[in-house]
Design a protein around this ligand. Sequence first.
Ligand code: GLN
Length: 279
Amino acid sequence: MTIIEAGKIAADKLNQAKVPSAILDAEVLLACTLKKSKEFILANPKLKITKAQEKKYKALVKRRSKFEPVAYLTGEKEFYGLRFLVNKNVLIPRPETELLVEEVIKYVGTKSLTICDVGTGSGAIAVALKKYLPQTKIIATDISKSALNTAKKNADLNKAEISFIKTNLIYNIKDKIDLIAANLPYVPEEEKKIKNVFSKPLKYEPAGALYAGRYGLDSYEKLFQQTSNLPRKPTALFCEIGSNYAQKNKKMAQEYFPQAKIEIKNDLCDKKRLMIIKN
Ligand code: GLN
């Protein structure tokens, strides 16, 4: 079987299963199977693939047809121009989270601050910040040991020096934190019930990294509680938030930080996505 034949069969199968971006996914998975670039696949349509490659490709396409995210199939995801390893223990880094990284980079500038990425997951935020703000000290926490293991691998892969701590949010951290960056779970519990092509892939991701109670605010409430009890409060918190209950989240933050200036920024899809709390 040739590259073009294999790709066509796969794209048809994914289309039939109603997978969005069927053609792109067929190409990406074929490139992954052959351990070549997508450009190579496109440039060599008549090249024959081996029986073993065909078998491996079919297995990946079958998993994708059940809506398993492409990143879990290839084992990696690009974020902020960097490469990250991902697996079922960590949330796949999202393009909208680049807004948070960008805003933190702008805010910090050349200052030598201590930044804590709370609930680091794959380590994407912590690693990206360290690469672009090399003068800062970065602490990254997670409650999940397997997530921390993945984050450590990603720090090594990208040669980023980060202090990892296994804890619940910022509980018991001894360092003085100047700035908090967090992409905590914020999906309302009720959204677990939704069934469409966009929600199906979420079933493959760790539920503990996505869902946070009735309004998706429970994790942030705990973080605000812990933060407001610190002897020296961070000067700023940058929190990725859910758009549906953004105002409710802002009201809650205002209760924990009555003196703070709080603003909400929209992502590229014009959804409320980032809450910046300046103390
Ligand atoms: N943006 C993610 C989603 O809706 C949620 C990430 C999160 O809960 N922190 O798929």
